[in-house]
Design a protein around this ligand. Structure first.
Ligand code: FAD
Length: 307
């Protein structure tokens, strides 16, 4: 532990309310995502000590998470150790710890580190760059079936659900169940939903081709739903049309102006109608796969199919 960080240990930090006078001001940055790292780098020539704190030891390139979820990339290919920044920047110390509190009056933060336990860390300036949480637009109950896509664990969960669904499809002799396992519903046709739908279509057609004797993964049903009028609604209409054409060419079925009401163990209810196979959902904001095989819900009554 560097001298800068040694000062923050809990047993020595009882007097932190009146921190020892430091020669240089200290900037504490919480969060080693794009924002936190950019802030740390921007201070590389400043006459300050910088402590960058993250509860994870790695920075994730979130824009490529969908490729981990669809088995195009391995998790290691989109993650880099945050600690390596310390070597490149003399005034920077990296600390693996979860920040649990901020006391603005005494200018200290509380943190819990797997190595050093509870810490109080004094700061002169504080940057909070802790990112965002997935939003389910008022439907947090969707989360248990449709995991978010914010970190590697989410991406691996989604990948396991996709691959698990094909394994189950390959072993069942029930045609309807096979169709259900091979139906994937993505809710939300924003950038992540569109990327994930396209990558999933590639996965079933290319990556999984020839991997199963009794099923053809290319026959999977991929449905992209959105409550809005078009895919990529925040982009120009020409781009939206182009994306629609490309997705349809890949075999993705796009349903717009369809609002999802329920996501549960049996699947998705949208526009008052369950999807044809009542299968797991991928949810934008989002973007996860509901697990129709979740044992906790197997005894729940099934709702009738509306179409
Ligand atoms: C699937 C997906 C695809 C995306 N695609 C694009 C794209 O194509 N183009 C684009 O421009 N943007 C894209 N984005 C958005 C972009 O990734 C985010 O805007 C960016 O990552 C936000 O950076 P951040 O530093 O604010 O937060 P984050 O990158 O989320 O970093 C926050 C950090 O804070 C840490 N942290 C949080 N709480 C604590 C705590 N209490 N203690 C310690 N550490 C903590 C976290 O571990 C994390 O490392 C995408 C996002 C997602 C999820």
């Amino acid at each position: 532990m560097s001298a800068m960080l040694a000062e923050t240990r809990a047993d020595e930090a009882t007097a932190v309310a009146e921190p020892p006078r430091r020669e240089r001001k200290r900037v504490v940055i919480i969060g080693g995502g794009f924002a936190g790292i950019a802030a740390a780098r921007a201070l590389r020539r400043a006459h300050v000590d910088v402590i960058l704190i993250d509860r994870r030891n790695h920075h994730i390139f979130q824009p490529l998470l969908y490729q981990v979820a669809t088995a195009v990339l391995s998790p290691a290919e989109i993650a880099a150790p945050i600690r390596q920044l310390e070597v490149k920047q003399k005034n920077l110390s990296v600390l693996l710890a979860e920040v649990t509190g901020i006391d603005v009056a005494s200018r200290t933060i509380e943190a819990s580190s797997p190595g050093a336990g509870a810490l109080n860390i004094a700061y002169d300036y504080l940057v909070v760059a802790t990112g965002m949480r997935p939003s389910y637009f008022g439907h947090d109950e969707f989360a248990q079936y449709a995991p978010g896509l914010k970190n590697l664990s989410d991406a691996e969960t989604i990948r396991a659900k996709i691959l698990g669904a094909f394994e189950l499809a390959a072993t069942t002799e029930d045609e309807a169940e096979r169709a259900r396992q091979m139906t994937f519903v993505l809710v939300g046709a924003g950038p992540t939903g569109v990327e994930l739908a396209a990558s999933l279509a590639q996965m079933v057609k290319v990556t999984l081709r020839g991997n199963f004797r009794y099923i053809d993964p290319a026959q999977a049903n991929i449905i992209l739903l959105d409550a809005g009028k078009r895919v990529l609604s925040t982009f120009a209409e020409s781009l939206s049309r182009r994306a629609t054409r490309r997705l349809e060419k890949l075999g993705v079925k796009i349903l717009t102006e369809v609002k999802v009401e329920t996501v549960d163990a049996q699947g998705v209810v949208a526009g008052g109608k369950p999807d044809p196979q009542r299968h797991g959902a991928l949810d934008r904001g989002g973007c996860g796969i509901a697990d129709p095989n979740d044992a906790r819900h197997q005894n729940r009554p099934r709702r009738a199919r509306a179409r």
